[in-house]
Design a protein. Structure first.
Length: 445
């Protein structure tokens, strides 16, 4: 537990870069535009000084603690920082007593609990009566879902704000600010290419603390020039982040080139090439969930009914990426990529939908045949809805000769199965169904 004065706090030059650059006002704060931008709900609450207990839920390094300190500064409240690891119930009650005394004197107390999900039920319950009375304003920060990790009684008295991972654009702003702000690296002349800053922003993956630590390490290990300036070179940055600087831009041409290379390698049943292009993307910082979504699409577009198990494998890989994250999920994606590469291929579903879409767009007003409409009311039945409907389960073959396409599209074929893999069986079965329907029509009096 630590009680801080936000008005006399000074950060020494020996402190970590992220601490030295901690924003002091909302105007300095970068990110969370959905909450703090113009018209954002949290900004409105702060501007009106209507602070109440709240929970900040978001990934590490997005500014949860910083935001809590800014709130305390803006409201001129005492700020007490609790550690969920070292604080027990006795410490909580001692602080609550002081906060209650301060409230009686007209002073506000903000109690900030980082990693509040680490508090057990008894510790969380110790806050409850003081939150209810208004003795304290509780601000909790958590990386875990509050619905599962925070007592329902306490959670119901707190507003939950979801903080998002910082974007690459946000990270670049933070890094540029670190290079110019005298509290950070602004007292030195530092030469670093924009592409290397962007690489740090990608590597940070939304974590400002991680990005600033990487920049600080790169500068400390940079080359000191004769004029006293510091040059950060690519090989130094590679050592700092532990990986090669690969040519990649999540939003640029190379992004689309590489996913195209992966897709076409799998389509061509080349697992070696597919694994290589997968590694190129993942090691350069691509979002594994983006790759997983593309695999799910591929499973139906290029494999389809030739091996319906492919879709299950792809969806399972997507779920595994959620569970594991990088780097653990790289092998899950490799599993799916190899399976899809080696699976028999059919694009019959893709081309079939394309033909159906073309007809649907041209014939949007084509009516549904009466026999397959649902005559649920008397009026509908008078208008012959459902008249002539043949229930397939009433037949031994589970097939009838009833027409289901509009008359204008009679005989049109959209799904044309290939002879690949399991789709060969589907093709044979479909041919039998069509032959039997033709027989029924010919037999009809």
């Amino acid at each position: 537990m630590e009680q801080l004065s936000l008005f006399s706090e000074e950060v020494t030059i020996s402190a970590p870069l992220a601490s030295r650059l901690r924003p002091q006002t909302l105007d300095d704060y970068i990110g969370q535009e959905h909450l703090l931008g113009k018209g954002g709900v949290l900004r409105k609450i702060l501007e009106k000084d209507m602070i109440s207990s709240m929970i900040f839920w978001g990934p590490p390094g997005v500014g949860k603690t910083t935001l809590a300190r800014i709130i305390a500064h803006k409201t001129k409240a005492s700020f007490i920082d609790f550690s969920a690891v070292t604080s027990g119930i006795k410490e909580i009650k001692d602080v609550m007593k002081r906060a209650e005394d301060d409230r009686m004197m007209g002073s506000k107390t903000i109690v900030f609990v980082d990693e509040i999900h680490r508090f057990n039920k008894a510790q969380q319950d110790a806050f409850l009566p003081y939150v209810e009375k208004g003795s304290i304003i509780l601000i909790g920060a958590t990386t875990e879902n509050p619905s599962f990790e925070i007592n329902s009684a306490l959670l119901s008295r707190c507003k939950v704000f979801v903080l998002k991972a910082l974007t690459e654009e946000d990270m670049l702003k933070i890094l540029h600010n670190a290079l110019t702000d005298r509290r950070g690296l602004g007292q030195s002349v530092i030469h670093i290419e924009e592409r290397l800053l962007k690489a740090i922003a990608v590597f940070a993956d939304g974590d400002a603390r991680g990005g600033l630590n990487t920049l600080d390490m790169a500068v400390l290990n940079g080359q000191i020039e004769p004029d006293g300036s510091i040059t950060v070179r690519e090989d130094v940055l590679e050592q700092c982040i532990g990986k090669k600087m690969l040519l990649y831009d999540r939003n640029g041409e190379e992004h689309y080139n590489l996913i195209s290379a992966l897709h076409k390698s799998m389509r061509n049943s080349d697992p070696d090439a597919a694994i290589y292009w997968l590694a190129r993307m993942l090691e350069a910082g691509e979002d594994p969930l983006y790759v997983a979504r593309r695999l799910v699409r591929f499973a139906s577009e290029d494999v389809g009914m030739a091996d319906s198990q492919a879709l299950q494998v792809a969806v399972a890989a997507y779920q595994a990426c959620h569970f594991n994250g990088m780097p653990e999920c790289n092998v899950n994606l490799t599993h799916a990529v190899v399976y899809l590469s080696m699976a028999p291929k059919s694009n019959a579903l893709y081309t079939g939908y394309g033909r159906a879409k073309e007809d649907a767009e041209k014939m949007l007003t084509e009516p549904v045949p009466l026999q397959i409409r649902n005559g649920v009311t008397g009026l509908m039945q008078e208008l012959h809805y459902g008249e002539g409907y043949q229930y397939a389960h009433d037949t031994e073959e589970k097939v009838t000769a009833m027409k289901c396409l509009p008359d204008a599209l009679e005989g049109r074929e959209y799904y044309c199965p290939s002879g690949q893999g399991r789709e060969a069986e589907v093709k044979e079965h479909l041919q039998q169904i069509k032959a039997f329907k033709k027989f029924l029509l010919e037999e009809r009096p």
